[in-house]
Design a protein. Structure first.
Length: 447
């Protein structure tokens, strides 16, 4: 069945695939961000791991499709999963024989959601068997650290029925420890603080509890209901709103929390599996300018527009500058910018360099319909620069301004989203071989 996707590929091009979750009596839901791999899955303890077939399409393994779906919808009786070709005027003509009875989708494969032979439903993204992964416990409690007591109780949702909105979320912490009960009964202070986009930390004297919520919250508006004689504490928090500075704006740059990685806003991208964009003819990739400009809001585009003096006077945030830098780097690497290049330096106004960008190329992120770059971010240092460039003997970072601090966070930010053979910050010492260049330990992959 899948062979038709590769027949006359030069003429027909490669169609876009998507997944569907169809419910009885409805048109269903479509999922465009899917992950596909030729291979098999294995149950190891309480986790599912994938083993890739090196021969790919020419091998003997099945095609495994992975995507996120709403668990409540999956449970509907009679619901089905399907892998389909995205319907466009071009694909509709080429694959008309595969069109389903509704006339809207071109299904390649369909199966009931409760088919145990073809469907596995898990609450995490399966990893390849040879990939470094987080422990199962880390996936459940990303911000948990030594001394924390994670709370697993049910979350109570308070809603406004009239306007159909959620008002707040409530979690009850049951105090089971006898010593902690005594401290609470004696009037110990109880306080809380937001520690992650979806997490709160509650302190009862010297005792700490980690509270997880299913959605992003605004920790500044929290309330506590303390029942000292009944031995429990309730944490009440409002939902994060689109324009507040809470929720996922709480921590814009994912960081290491103790021994656990918390990349809540980093997609899983295996860079060496993504196709490299052919940049030989810049005219064919001129569309990158439009794609990259979409990252800016209307206000930001006005700020960056230098044709009108009044717009130049608008305040420019450091994050706007960083996004603009990404735009300039991407367009120049693609050859559609003002100065095509693959090596860039970031400097302060006084000319002091605080980061060097070495771009390996631009790759297509097919699941997200976008592009990303393989970039080595090199923070200048007295130790590293002589090894990296023999002509540079001493180059130090001025180091304290907001743009430089944010760019210095990028190596930690970026290496979480891609597989990199020299990644060793949390996996142990970086392997050293005869083929490893001396400068390699100063590089971090940014995508």
């Amino acid at each position: 069945m899948l062979q038709i996707l590769f027949d006359h590929k030069e003429k027909n091009c490669t169609p876009v695939l998507k997944a569907h979750l169809r419910l009885p009596g409805t048109s269903g839901l479509a999922y465009s961000s899917i992950y596909a791999i030729w291979g098999t899955y294995h149950q190891v303890a309480n986790k599912v791991l994938l083993t890739e077939d090196e021969k790919g399409f020419d091998g003997t393994s099945h095609l495994v499709i992975i995507f996120w779906a709403n668990s409540r919808l999956i449970g509907y009786p009679g619901s089905t999963f399907s892998l389909s070709i995205k319907s466009t005027p071009h694909s509709a003509t080429l694959f008309s024989s595969l069109r389903d009875v509704s006339g809207h989708d071109i299904d390649l494969f369909a199966i009931p959601t409760d088919d145990a032979n073809h469907v596995r439903i898990v609450h995490y993204r399966p990893h390849l068997k040879d990939e470094p992964t987080l422990a199962f416990e880390d996936l459940r409690d990303p911000f948990e650290k030594a001394g924390f007591k994670p709370v697993k109780d049910t979350v109570l949702i308070t809603a406004n029925v009239e306007d159909r909105t959620v008002v707040s979320l409530t979690v009850r912490i049951e105090i089971d420890d006898a010593a902690e009960r005594g401290v609470l009964l004696e009037g110990a202070e109880v306080k809380a603080a937001q520690v992650s986009p979806c997490g709160m930390k509650v302190e009862i004297a010297d005792y700490e509890h980690a509270v997880s919520f299913p959605y992003s919250i605004n920790g500044e508006g929290y309330k506590l209901r303390v029942a000292r004689k009944s031995h429990y504490v309730e944490v009440i928090v409002p939902f994060s709103q689109p324009l507040d500075n809470a929720g996922y704006y709480f921590d814009k740059t994912p960081i290491l929390r103790g021994a656990n990685i918390s990349p809540w806003n980093i997609p899983h991208v295996t860079s060496d599996r993504m196709p490299l964009l052919d940049l030989k003819d810049p005219k064919k990739v001129d569309w990158i300018k439009t794609l990259i400009s979409i990252q800016h809001s209307v206000r930001e585009r006005a700020v960056l527009n230098k044709n009108y003096p009044t717009e130049i006077a608008l305040p420019v945030s450091h994050w706007v500058n960083i996004r603009n830098t990404i735009r300039v780097v991407t367009t120049n690497v693609a050859g559609v910018g003002e100065m095509p290049n693959k090596v860039f330096t970031l400097s302060e106004k006084d000319g002091v360099v605080y980061a060097i960008l070495l771009v390996g190329g631009i790759r297509l992120d097919l699941a997200s319909f976008t592009v990303f770059m393989d970039v080595a971010v090199v923070p200048p240092s007295t130790e590293g620069m002589p090894l990296l460039f023999s002509s540079i003997r001493k180059l130090q970072s001025a180091g304290n301004t907001d743009p430089s601090l944010r760019w210095n966070k990028k190596p930690l930010h970026g290496r979480r989203c891609s597989r990199f053979v020299l990644e060793g910050a949390t996996l142990g010492p970086i392997p050293r071989t005869a083929n490893t260049p001396p400068r390699a330990k100063f590089l971090s992959l940014l995508a």
